[in-house]
Ligand binder design. Structure first.
Ligand code: FMN
Length: 333
């Protein structure tokens, strides 16, 4: 199933080198003002071909809304939008030699060789444009509820955002990786502010459960943590517990090691989530793989146009998945 959500169902569809990719948001409330230009701005943040840090693949990423919007607002009918795939080079992909780290091998096993392998098919980072389409719609509805969702890069390889001249250093890491036919990973932090207390539910319906599931749907995400995350394992309770205070009738916590969530339910503090991205699997270096036709070990040097680092383009994607989860839970509250 490629559908997610409780009150609003989000379906993402398409393949990297197929006709189009797109999304359906079913259950989105009527009467929300939706500005298409704002959606295009969000798509432009993710679009490829804008700097030497991303793939040179050039995609206009022009959304076509097929249903659900009318006279500048949502109608209550399913919102369906597509983006046509325009810049494809399918000859760069060879199904008999699966790329290490990518989904080529698992897709062939799971779908009995029938999966569209061109450009990574449904596993391509291209599908994240459809995630941004959905997220951009949700972000507009959230901002009218005074909720903002903002992500930024906090790590590229060994370089951290707290390091001096982070922008320069991360650019250098990415360009060095590219120059040596390699790729590099990184991490993104996202904070949602204005989130009311009391959203979420028990166990699988908890906010951490929902958001983690949505973030792991982003290709390349290999780790998700909330608040202090894995660092909390090093702490004592007296350090980890967020002291609860009351001021001007408002309950808040002095620290936010829980990342705005206790027991799966929002506590009114900013929601803080980080996710780790793997280095891009497709690299120009020789790697070990198998030839599935000849049934023998072989090697592969990936050609084609790939991002040396996924992370810069994934920032609006992370925001989008979190915005969707928040809108979904708000609509069910
Ligand atoms: C914005 C974005 C762009 C991506 N670009 C590429 C790419 O150019 N080449 C590549 O091999 N993988 C790319 N990926 C990652 C793969 O799609 C992903 O690693 C693959 O589907 C396997 O999934 P997994 O890493 O989650 O297991 C990209 C991911 C994102 C989010």
């Amino acid at each position: 199933m490629n559908t997610f959500g409780e009150s609003i169902k989000l379906t993402i569809f398409g393949e990297s080198h197929g006709e189009a990719i797109g999304m359906v948001l079913d259950g989105f409330p009527a009467g929300e003002n939706i500005d298409i230009d704002e959606i295009k701005e969000q798509l432009a943040r993710r679009a490829p071909g804008k700097s030497e840090m991303s793939t040179p693949r050039k995609e206009a990423d022009e959304p076509v809304f097929l249903s659900g919007l009318f006279n500048g607002h949502s109608t209550g009918a399913p919102i369906c939008a597509i983006i046509r795939n325009t810049d494809k080079r399918s000859e760069d992909y060879h199904p008999e030699k699966p790329r290490p780290g990518h989904a080529d091998l698992t897709a062939q096993i799971k779908y009995k060789g029938c999966s569209d392998f061109r450009g990574g098919g449904p596993f391509s980072g291209r599908l994240t444009a459809a995630m941004v389409l959905a997220g951009a719609v949700c972000k507009q509805a959230l901002s009218r509820r005074n909720i903002s969702v903002d992500a930024s890069i906090i790590r590229i390889g060994p370089v951290e955002s707290s390091d001096p001249d982070f922008d320069f250093a991360m650019r250098k890491e990415i360009l060095d990786a590219r120059a040596s036919g390699d790729s590099i990973g990184g991490a993104i932090e996202c904070s949602a502010s204005g989130v009311p207390a009391g959203l979420g539910g028990l166990m699988f319906g908890g906010m951490e459960s929902r958001i983690a599931a949505a973030l792991y749907a982003i290709p390349g995400v290999k780790g998700v943590e909330f608040g202090a995350g894995f660092e909390i394992a090093k702490m004592r309770g007296s350090q980890a517990n967020d002291p609860i205070r009351l001021e001007d009738g408002r309950i808040y916590t002095e620290t936010n090691n829980s990342g705005g969530i206790n027991g799966g339910i929002t506590n009114g503090m900013p929601l803080v989530v980080r996710c780790a991205f793997r280095p891009t699997p497709s690299i120009g270096r020789e790697q070990k793989t198998v030839d599935l036709l000849k049934h023998e070990n072989t090697s592969l040097r990936v050609v084609g146009r790939h991002d040396p680092c996924i992370v810069p383009r994934a920032v609006p994607v992370v925001e989008s998945m979190i915005a969707f989860c928040l809108m979904d839970v708000i609509c069910g509250a």
